[in-house]
Design a protein. Structure first.
Lengths: 313, 446
């Protein structure tokens, strides 16, 4: 009873105090105190804006002026019945799924190729990473020049080689999504390549030797040895790239600056931006951002679940 | 000891320097003129002003059109707007309606009330006070290939039907390889210019965008006629026109891919001189026609590109900003500015327009017809700012900025032209979206 209300010290703390004769905080408390500044900063910079965004999604709020009124879930009801919202989700899904698939195919292919040793491998590896390190604004401007319907190099090559008999309007209705996908895949496949290449270099050679002894062809070795070994790294890559591509704003936005059939690549992030900064509807824009988050969270949960089921097999 | 003295001297110097910097009054100016020669002229004027006004510094920044409105709004939300900024006329009235601007009447007085074009005085003029003063005006123009039109015996189109016929006649296979290589008309596909053109066309067809109760009038017969006309005209535009921005519409013209340009501007004369083949870079090849009117309209209409200077109430050095504007509009300074894009920058002062120095500008003499056409639109009051159909819209419809930004009108035009949706259907779809927007903003009762 005499100990009630007193701090029970860990033996190590007691020993330390007895040894030095000075008072010290218990280790767990010290740990928490040391973590606290970083934790507070993290909460302030990450959690607060997210929660504030979710909060203002319940208001009819002007984006810049202090005009707002509480509307409850009306913004969510509005976006659910907004045809343009669903069209933008559809466009975003087409864009992200296509680019992810192509990035994976191209990234894995490039990684397998660059995993081989041949003269100039290192230089080639550096060159292939180049698109990923180019700032998006530069990449898009350069591609828009290349794809210019009248003076662009791409049309010139296509026409002079007889592939196309007339200039293609790369920024028009029929081709702008293709152009966007092309630019995005070019820009982001090196990310996949780097991740996969790193994993390829750690696959034990014995596995390939055993497969070769068993008479496996190159394709069979890739299918039965390489791909299973890449599974875990591809899991992370697909997850990250899916999130990044579905929320990608800068590339589609820059594609429509100064020309570009905006309607046909108005993905959800672009539409959210327009709602917030062109319609000046911060509340509705926030509701869209929250909806985007929910969709991604749901897709991620499904992805994890499928993966776990697959693992158990 | 010597080290200590050095440190003290440095500290004193730093403190003194900070005080000097603090004493300097900075006038921040945002403008939308990004051509190098205009930026240079503007900066030169600013330096001369600084020389005459010690302690005042002009910090000018040229911004792209698309970036400006958002940047202004963000600066206002942060409580640190620039002293002066360009903006769309409808932005000016929207900000004025929220009490964020100061009048520029002192500047008007210094220029001389009667010396300013009447059309310009109407921009962002609320209750007799001038809240926005146009830096220079330039009307939209119907530019055409005179050589081709003469070859095909075309006369100036009076009506939209005439224009469609002209576009059809000028859609050509010029090299005889069986494929069209010159299209009848260059049309803009980006949001701003579709809005500009729609505002202009609905006026030329005697219609309106909104009624007096702020209800959109997109399903009105006059709008349907406008969409039908647009759809017809688009048949003779280069494929993929919906992806063409402002510069590409000019590129089509001087690159000989299109024979006419409906949303052309005086700035195009400079591009033609720079990029068209030398023997074609003149007004004998590229001339202007007066714009035609619609079936329900009776007179032409043009859009006037006339961003007003706005003076922000919350800015720090508003008096210095007013002094700078007075200096800017002085004939010699203003002429220097106007001469940087002389066919697009129509001066707001009558005195400059009539001055020999201005008239003798070489480029003005070369493209005189283009300027005369603009003067006609201004004098006959046929030119209005973007989406303004009637001058009362400037004050009665402070939501036009949001309408422009939303892209709803652009989607309607794209639906009716590129998507081949029936104009009535496209209009109904846009009407619903626009009504929703107006309700959410509180301009339309639920």
């Amino acid at each position: 009873m005499a100990d009630r209300g007193r701090t029970i010290e860990a033996p190590s703390t007691r020993a330390a105090r007895a040894e030095s004769g000075t008072w010290r905080l218990p280790e767990p408390v010290t740990g928490v105190l040391l973590l606290l500044p970083a934790l507070l900063l993290l909460l302030l910079l990450t959690l607060y804006p997210v929660l504030y965004g979710a909060w203002i999604s319940l208001f009819n709020k002007h984006s810049f002026f202090p005009e707002q009124s509480f509307v409850g879930v009306a913004n969510y009801a509005a976006i659910l019945s907004d045809v343009e919202f669903w069209a933008s989700v559809r466009r975003g899904a087409v864009y992200s799924l296509t680019t992810i698939a192509l990035q994976i195919v191209l990234g894995v292919g490039a990684a397998v190729l660059l995993n081989e040793r041949f003269p100039g491998t290192n230089i080639l590896r550096a060159i292939v990473i180049f698109p990923y390190v180019v700032p998006t604004v530069v990449a898009v401007i350069v591609w828009k020049w290349l794809l210019d319907s009248q003076f662009g190099l791409v049309n010139y090559v296509l026409q002079s080689t007889g592939v196309a008999d007339h200039p293609i309007s790369w920024m028009g209705r029929d081709w702008i999504m293709t152009s966007l996908i092309l630019v995005s895949v070019w820009q982001f496949f090196p990310f996949v390549m780097i991740g996969v290449l790193a994993r390829l270099q750690t696959i034990p050679l014995e596995l390939y030797e055993a497969a070769t002894v068993d008479g496996a062809s190159a394709l069979q070795r890739f299918w039965h040895v390489t791909l299973p070994q890449l599974k875990s790294v591809l899991f992370v890559i697909v997850l990250l790239r899916s999130i990044w591509m579905f929320t990608k704003f800068d590339t589609p936005w820059l594609m429509i600056q100064g020309g570009g059939a905006e309607t046909y690549i108005r993905t959800l992030p672009v539409y959210t931006y327009l709602r917030t900064f062109a319609y000046y509807e911060a509340g509705l824009g926030s509701a869209m951002a929250v909806a985007m988050f929910m969709m991604l969270a749901a897709a991620t949960a499904v992805y994890f679940r499928l993966w776990r089921r697959d693992e158990s097999l | 000891m010597r080290t200590l003295s050095g440190i003290v001297a440095l500290a004193v110097g730093a403190i003194f320097g900070t005080q000097v910097a603090a004493a300097e009054k900075i006038v921040r100016v945002w403008h939308t003129e990004t051509e190098p020669q205009t930026i240079k002229a503007f900066n030169d004027i600013a330096r001369r002003f600084e020389a005459k006004h010690p302690g005042v510094k002009i910090e000018a920044e040229g911004l792209a059109w698309g970036d400006l409105e958002g940047k202004i709004m963000a600066s206002l939300a942060a409580g640190s707007p620039p002293e002066l900024s360009h903006g769309q006329p409808i932005t000016c009235t929207a900000l004025q309606s929220k009490g964020l601007l100061l009048p520029l009447d002192d500047v008007v007085k210094s220029i001389g009330d009667a010396n300013i074009w009447e059309q310009v005085r109407r921009v962002c003029n609320v209750g007799g006070k001038q809240y926005g003063l146009v830096h220079a005006a330039g009307t939209s123009l119907l530019i055409y290939r005179r050589d081709l039109a003469e070859k095909h015996g075309l006369k100036p189109p009076k009506t939209w039907a005439d224009l469609v016929q002209a576009a059809k006649a000028l859609t050509l296979d010029s090299n005889g390889d069986g494929r069209t290589d010159i299209y009848g008309i260059s049309l803009p596909g980006d949001n701003l210019f579709i809005n500009i053109l729609l505002g202009e066309l609905i006026k030329a067809n005697g219609g309106q965008l909104f009624d007096n109760n702020n209800r959109p009038m997109l399903t009105d017969r006059k709008m349907i006629e406008t969409l039908e006309f647009w759809r017809e005209l688009a048949r003779y535009a280069p494929p993929g026109w919906e992806g063409h921005g402002y510069l590409q519409t000019f590129q089509n013209l001087y690159g000989q891919k299109a024979a006419m340009m409906l949303a052309g501007y005086g700035r195009g004369a400079g591009m033609i001189e720079k990029f068209a083949p030398k023997d074609m870079a003149n007004d004998k090849t590229f001339d202007v026609w007066v714009k035609p009117h619609g079936p329900s309209g009776s007179e032409p209409a043009a859009q006037v590109d006339e961003e007003p200077w706005m003076l922000f109430k919350e800015a720090k050095n508003t008096n210095e900003a007013v002094e700078f504007l007075k200096f800017f509009y002085q004939d010699d300074n203003y002429l220097e500015y106007i001469r940087t894009v002389p066919i697009h920058f129509f001066p707001i002062t009558k005195s400059l327009r009539q001055s020999p120095a201005y008239r003798q500008t070489e480029m003005i003499q070369r493209w005189k017809g283009w300027l005369d056409a603009q003067e006609q639109y201004l004098e006959k009051d046929q030119g209005k700012p973007t989406l303004v159909v009637d001058w009362a819209d400037m004050t009665d419809k402070p939501y036009l900025m949001e309408v422009l930004g939303s892209g709803i009108l652009r989607d309607m035009v794209i639906d009716a032209t590129v998507e081949k949706m029936e104009p009535q259907k496209a209009a109904e779809k846009a009407q619903k979206r626009l009504e929703d927007l107006m309700r959410s903003k509180g301009y339309l009762k639920r």
